[in-house]
Design a protein around this ligand. Structure first.
Ligand code: ATP
Length: 453
């Protein structure tokens, strides 16, 4: 996708109701976006696809939905208070502030090389909880969903009697006070993550790291991302987050170049170890804090070795917003239809498409046709395939073009033939091929069930 097409994509997202700038009427707020009528559908479908692959299709993963506001102690012992920072520099000439590792020593605003030395800038967003404003009331908006999975580890194990290896999955909001939010929804200050913490026996972590890398690449392909547009990058030791033994980035070819979509990290026993009381009892690889506050040992019984152990953790962590941008970039197509005609078509995979079927009446405001449209909508809703939209525009050509632009796989047209001829039938028009087939309404449910299976 060319850079100019990126601008057109951003404009389409606003025009058609995928993504809006947050607080738009007041000039926006940097690094924050709102998802519109189609954006919320697409986002929900991406989350559902992830949850299905990571939880429902497996027998070794449980789910969790934890609070966003996080006890300060959790983020103290996890190391985030001390080390969750990016290097920041100031330009002495124009006073701009930038992430040092993103700019190569030259101010992107004014071109000056007169920059301050990089200094760490903590990315966590602080808040106060309760009516008394003092240091004890400080809490954080979580910078990753993972910490609640670690702190609830023992509760989940006790509730489910899980044995290693097994995982806990969570999707939810995370917050980072990014120094320079940019590239639309790629780098924002409030975003959603889908994270799996997969707990394994120490020594089996490298094997599972490899398994999850492959698994996640396949998942991205299943969402319609071409293999050529995906790349993996193994982080160098000096790039690793404070908790990681190794991390592989899955990168996507965004319009500005390959950039991170998802990280698959080997977090070893760092987090469970740091939140665990009496670390001395365990042969922990990571001992970063003298922990006096946690009341629990985040350990599990190893029946083979007949002892309690603190597991290692492999973590595939993806951004839903970044994933959505990649899916939109990948789907965006401008097609020349010949004779001076062209169309924009979003070739979004059908399981992700915001609207699955658009019911289009041939004639606007015809009571008979509209009654049939309503009847069909009720019928199709029962299939549970997702959103079925009902149009009343009366301009079929325009409706087809609009639904091409928002990625609706099928348009279903009700015309006078539907009402007058037996057996009753409708037209189904395919988004990608633009071909139309006539389907008897008696066969419609089976047809669509199979189509969206
Ligand atoms: P980056 O290096 O781009 O800042 P990161 O390596 O710090 O990202 P992780 O901490 O590994 O990111 O977070 C896991 C995933 O969460 C990322 O791969 C990305 O998809 C998503 N993510 C992280 N930060 C942001 C952000 N500011 N905006 C949108 N998504 C984000």
């Amino acid at each position: 996708m060319a850079a100019t097409q990126m601008e057109q994509l951003v404009s389409l997202c606003k025009r058609r109701g995928f993504i809006f700038q947050n607080s738009d009427i007041y000039g926006g707020l940097q690094g924050l976006y709102d998802y519109g009528p189609l954006g919320v559908e697409l986002k929900n479908n991406i989350k559902a696809a992830w949850w299905r692959a990571m939880v429902y299709e497996r027998d070794d993963v449980e789910g969790l939905d934890a609070a966003i506001i996080t006890n300060r102690k959790v983020l103290h012992y996890s190391g985030h208070e001390d080390t969750f920072s990016d290097p920041m520099v100031d330009c002495r000439k124009c006073k701009g502030r930038f992430r040092a590792d993103h700019i190569n020593g030259v101010c992107p605003n004014c071109g000056s090389t007169d920059l301050t030395e990089p200094r760490p800038f903590n990315l966590m967003l602080k808040t106060q909880l309760g009516p008394v404003v003092n240091e004890d009331a400080v809490a954080y908006l979580r910078p990753e969903t993972a910490q609640a999975i670690f702190t609830q580890f023992k509760n989940v194990v006790d509730a489910t009697s899980r044995k290693l290896p097994f995982g806990i999955a969570q999707i939810g909001k995370s917050f980072r006070n990014e120094i320079t939010p940019k590239n639309f929804i790629f780098r924002v200050r409030e975003f959603e993550q889908a994270e799996l913490e997969f707990f394994v026996k120490p020594g089996e972590d490298e094997k599972w790291h490899e398994i999850w890398k492959q698994n996640r690449i396949q998942w991205w392909r299943d969402q319609g991302i071409e293999s050529d547009n995906l790349k993996i990058y193994d982080q160098q030791p000096d790039e690793l987050a404070h908790y990681a033994k190794a991390c592989t980035d899955i990168e996507y070819k965004f319009p500005w170049g390959f950039d991170e979509l998802e990280g698959v990290a080997n977090r070893r026993d760092y987090d469970l170890g740091n939140h665990t009381k009496s670390q001395e009892e365990f042969n922990l690889e990571a001992k970063c804090h003298e922990n006096h506050d946690s009341t629990t040992k985040l350990c599990i019984r190893d029946d083979d070795e007949n002892k309690w152990i603190v597991p290692f953790v492999v973590e595939p962590s993806m951004g839903i917003d970044r994933g959505m941008l990649a899916i939109l970039v990948e789907a965006y197509n401008e097609e020349d239809l010949g004779n001076g005609n062209s169309r924009i078509v979003m070739k979004i995979k059908k399981h992700l498409a915001p609207i699955k079927v658009a019911i289009v009446p041939l004639k606007k405001n015809s009571p008979e046709i509209m009654a049939k449209c309503h009847e069909l909508k009720q019928k199709l809703m029962k299939l549970g395939i997702g959103r079925v939209a009902l149009e009343n525009t009366g301009n079929i050509g325009k409706a087809y073009r609009r639904h091409d632009e928002i990625g609706t796989p099928l348009c279903l047209t009700v015309d006078f033939e539907t009402l007058e001829q037996q057996p009753e039938s409708v037209t189904l028009r395919d988004r990608d091929t633009m071909e139309q087939v006539r389907v008897n309404t008696a066969d419609l449910e089976n047809y669509l069930r199979e189509y969206f299976a």
